[in-house]
Design a binder for this molecule. Structure first.
Ligand code: UD1
Length: 342
């Protein structure tokens, strides 16, 4: 079966995608510089799928190492490109790190595959919509000026990919615009491993419940939403991983929409922060210690996706609901307490 390069394949979404690719009959090959992931994740993946995936540790900004890797793996037919820096706050403090890492690696990969037909799936984000004018947001909604260098790298990378796919004949590209990935594999052997204090909601919730953090702060309850807290479209990471397999399959069949395409990947349902906390308490049986604090700068008030395009054209649909998202995230946090990965 086809060999698929998964860049950033030891990371949170990458590791779940490696598992789903293997289950679908593909041979995933991982390249990762381990800047925001742990080598032990390879053993964890092996415990789930029974084989250790091929892995090489290097930085995709490194032209020579990338060239050598490609010459040693001439049978790669597709790339799923996760490898990128992704902390919004850090990107504001150190924008050049984000522009360097996220663009050099992308452009290097594209350059090196100039002479070969290649299927390319890009890890994008609903952050490209900013605060949408209409909900649920569709793929044709305007891309708004980003509030962070991180978000800007996603917007510009989409443009780079669209122009590249149109200009040369050899790339077939799909960008997946993820909503808010949460949860963990049902085995609790892989999941999100935040670096330091989590900035995202779910790992902060589970770390608070297990006693690693004293309390969660809800960033504002005075927004113009039914309960005053912000609304997001949370998507189970296993469903998200399966969307990548569906995207590769679409590209292999030939995408009738052409050389470049984008899809929203969410559930289509919005949950407020307070509803997410209640869902966690319900799924875990744990009472969560939280307080309401001020709004966080740059937060979008509410966003959830119209996912009908992915349902129709990718033949993909999110199967797992908020209960599975919360219970799997909690199971993973408890696993980590017994089996630290550091
Ligand atoms: C954030 C990024 C987004 C990125 C995504 C990647 C911002 C503004 N956006 O999305 O660009 O693609 O992460 O995962 O940073 N919340 C709390 N308390 C907390 C943490 C979060 O109340 O301690 C709330 C937030 O205000 C938000 C919701 O939980 O309403 C989700 O937050 P988060 O998990 O950080 O995701 P986003 O802000 O949607």
């Amino acid at each position: 079966m086809s060999k698929i390069l998964v860049t950033g394949g030891t990371g949170y979404i990458g590791s779940h995608t490696v598992v789903e690719l293997h289950k679908a009959g593909y041979t995933p090959v991982i390249v990762d510089n381990l800047s925001n992931s742990n080598i032990q994740i390879l053993d964890q993946i092996e415990k789930i799928i029974g084989v250790k995936p091929q892995f090489q540790e290097f930085d995709l900004c490194d032209v020579e190492k990338t060239a050598q890797f490609i010459s040693e793996n001439p049978d790669i037919t597709g790339i799923i490109h996760f490898a990128a820096s992704k902390a919004v706050g850090e990107s504001v403090v150190d924008p050049l790190k984000y522009y360097h890492n996220n663009f050099f690696s992308l452009i290097n990969l594209l350059n090196q595959y100039r002479e070969k037909p290649i299927n390319f799936v890009f890890s994008s984000s609903c952050t490209v919509y900013g605060e949408p004018d209409n909900l649920p947001v569709t793929e044709s909604a305007p891309v708004k000026k980003s509030t962070s260098p991180y978000g800007n790298t996603k917007q510009i990378a989409e443009e780079i990919l669209e122009e590249t796919a149109k200009a040369y004949g050899n790339y077939n590209v799909v960008a997946l615009r993820y909503f808010n990935p949460v949860g963990a594999h049902e085995s609790a052997l892989i999941g999100e491993l935040p670096n330091g204090v989590p900035q995202n909601l779910l790992p902060f919730i589970t770390q608070t419940a297990i006693g690693k953090r004293e309390k969660l702060t809800v960033y504002g309850n005075d927004y113009d939403t039914p309960d005053g807290s912000c609304i997001r479209d949370y998507i189970h990471v296993v469903d998200l991983a399966k969307a990548h397999v569906a995207a590769i399959q679409l590209l292999e069949k030939g995408n009738p929409n052409g050389k470049y395409d984008v899809f929203n990947i969410g559930t289509g349902n919005g949950y407020s922060v307070l509803e997410a906390i209640a869902a966690f308490e319900n799924a875990s049986g744990q009472k969560l210690n939280y307080v309401v604090g001020p709004r966080r700068d740059g937060d979008v008030v509410q966003v959830w996706g119209d996912v009908s395009k992915a349902q129709k054209e990718l033949g993909w649909d999110a199967k797992l609901g908020i209960d599975e998202m919360m219970s799997s995230a909690w199971k993973w946090e408890k696993y980590l307490q017994e089996n630290p990965i550091a």
